[in-house]
Design a protein around this ligand. Structure first.
Ligand code: URA
Length: 235
């Protein structure tokens, strides 16, 4: 059994920011075991007390799941003396518990899952589980059919073993080509090193999806939101 401030409980439960939920409590929109409580600092018991906002139960979440559209320029770490970290974009009362599931390079943009659920993170990152990660990239040079075959066959990028087969699709081909590539591993700088291995350079890289999770077309770099129940179920 744990005691927690009412406003903290509501914010953890995804009912809004700490300020939003404090306002809701003061306006009398929150009940605890059926009784209207107007003091955000009031302590409640978990499990046990039933907390409702506008008559809808707010459940205590052990885990939080945030989908970040990582912008370029921040690092995939939980703290850094110099650079912004991906956690700087997450609104949560439990920021100290959260971590990114895998890493994107500082200059890479795109989808990053941020959570405090270690078991899920392990499942998504474990090479044995072969979770697809799809990237969009702009490449300096002409990407060719031969490159598609090299990616499909797996290649030596200086690791102990060759890469697993990767699916390369050419979207447009020219002095600068646009591609999509799907890999099932997450080796350091993997996409950049795979293109290096075929003599090309990645100019821009963005992760579009990881497993069943995809980046919303409506999201912009720096946007962060909670996963929906459907997204969580499908993960
Ligand atoms: N591959 C890379 O080279 N960089 C990333 O950030 C992700 C995949």
């Amino acid at each position: 059994m744990e005691k927690m401030r009412l406003d903290k409980y509501l914010a953890n439960g995804g009912a809004g920011s700490r300020t939003d939920v404090k306002n809701a409590v003061r306006k009398g929109r929150v009940t605890v075991n059926g009784e209207t409580i107007r003091q955000p600092e009031r302590k409640i018991m978990i499990p046990g007390d039933i907390v409702c906002l506008d008559q809808k139960p707010i459940l205590y979440e052990t885990y939080e799941y945030h989908l970040l559209y990582k912008p370029a320029g921040c690092v995939s770490a939980t703290r850094d003396e110099v650079h912004k970290t991906v956690l700087d974009y997450v609104s949560s009362d439990r920021r100290s518990e959260l971590f990114p599931v895998g890493r994107l390079d500082k200059d890479t943009e795109g989808l990053l899952l941020i959570t405090n659920d270690g078991e899920l993170a392990h499942r998504l990152l474990s090479p044995a589980h072969h979770v697809d990660k799809t990237y969009y990239a702009r490449i300096k040079g002409h990407v060719t059919e031969e490159d598609i075959v090299r990616f499909q066959e797996g290649m030596d990028i200086g690791e102990e073993k060759p890469t697993l087969p990767a699916r390369l699709t050419i979207l447009s081909e020219g002095d600068i080509s646009e591609i999509e590539v799907t890999i099932q591993e997450g080796k350091f700088h993997q996409v950049k090193r795979m293109f290096q291995a075929v003599g090309k350079e990645v100019l821009y890289l963005k992760r579009l999806s990881m497993g069943s999770l995809t980046l919303d077309p409506s999201m912009k770099p720096g946007d962060c939101r909670r996963l929906t129940e459907d997204e969580l179920r499908n993960l």
